[in-house]
Design a protein around this ligand. Structure first.
Ligand SMILES: Nc1ncnc2c1ncn2[C@@H]1O[C@H](COP(=O)(O)OP(=O)(O)O)[C@@H](O)[C@H]1O
Ligand SMILES: [Mg+2]
Length: 269
């Protein structure tokens, strides 16, 4: 975590109610408070329906009817912007465009040479050099997700928002992509001054993935969606999944979920 005094992202008394005042009312988020520093890697973990995607969509500027405050670089979030990139579980690449065209699709500004340079650098960053002319259907799931990450980063956003980005991958590819995500995050962090370090906010269902990657893990509880706990992960990188300290934090997280599950069942049985 950067010793940055100014927060990149501030969430203060943030709430989101869908279908307000109707019988269909859903309190998706209630009184969420959090500060995220520039350069941090944050994971959000919690049972299905606890408001994770809603929270990410608010930060992305896709959900604007929220109550409370969501500030990026001190300014209220009211719409999407180039300072934020978003990655979903499915890659959402355009099937009729090559990888380089997909990566360049969202790239704003610049002349031809500048654009080509940007596209090349980001394809290289995600390890897809040589596949510029390939089409999405020619790539494996992991490779397509790399291309989506390149597209998400091509405008050099302050923050990359990832909604279960590795959820559709097989276990081995997933572990490899976790290392790759860490490498990309670090490379973007070191490539420039601290003021431009990349922040990642990732939703995951995978406790081990969260411990492997995060500076801090946000545990959410459902109905209404709230932050239950924030667990710091003060372990050196790259992390050893078999180390005592790693397993200790993983167990702590699992314990939280068992408690949640028990509570859930005692309500529903
Ligand atoms: N557009 C919407 N309209 C009404 N309810 C919604 C909408 N989006 C999400 N919800 C509800 O808000 C709650 C949180 O959803 P979501 O943020 O998708 O949860 P998660 O990503 O943690 O599974 C759920 O009960 C969901 O049904
Ligand atoms: Mg979701």
């Amino acid at each position: 975590m950067k010793a940055d005094t100014e927060s990149l992202l501030v969430l203060k008394n943030l709430s989101m109610v869908f279908n307000k005042g109707t019988t269909q009312e859903v309190v998706a988020l209630q009184d969420v408070n959090m500060d995220i520093a520039r350069g941090e890697f944050i994971s959000i973990i919690g049972t299905s329906g606890c408001g994770k995607t809603t929270l990410l969509r608010i930060i992305a500027g896709l959900e604007t009817e929220y109550d409370g405050h969501a500030l990026l670089n001190g300014k209220p979030i009211i719409k999407p912007g180039l300072d934020r990139g978003v990655i979903f579980q499915d890659h959402r690449l355009l099937p009729w465009l090559s990888i380089e065209k997909n990566v360049g699709f969202g790239l704003r500004n610049g002349n031809k040479a500048y654009r080509a340079d940007r596209i090349k650098a980001h394809i290289n960053l995600v390890g897809l050099t040589g596949f510029e002319k390939s089409f999405p259907h020619q790539l494996s799931g992991g490779m397509a997700q790399r291309a989506a990450i390149a597209r998400g980063l091509v405008n050099e956003p302050d923050v990359l928002l990832l909604d279960e980005p590795l959820g559709a991958l097989d276990a081995l590819t997933r572990m490899h992509m976790q290392k790759e995500l860490e490498r990309i995050w670090k490379q973007e962090e070191q490539s420039d001054k601290a003021e431009t370090a990349l922040t990642m906010i990732m939703i995951t269902h995978d406790v081990e993935e969260a411990v492997y990657l995060s500076d801090r893990i946000v545990i959410m509880s459902a109905r209404p969606g709230k932050i239950k706990r924030i667990i710091p992960v003060p372990l050196a990188r790259p992390r050893d999944r078999d180390s005592f300290d790693f397993i200790k934090i993983k167990d702590e997280l699992l314990e939280e979920f068992h408690l949640q599950a028990e509570k859930y069942f005692s309500y529903t049985i």
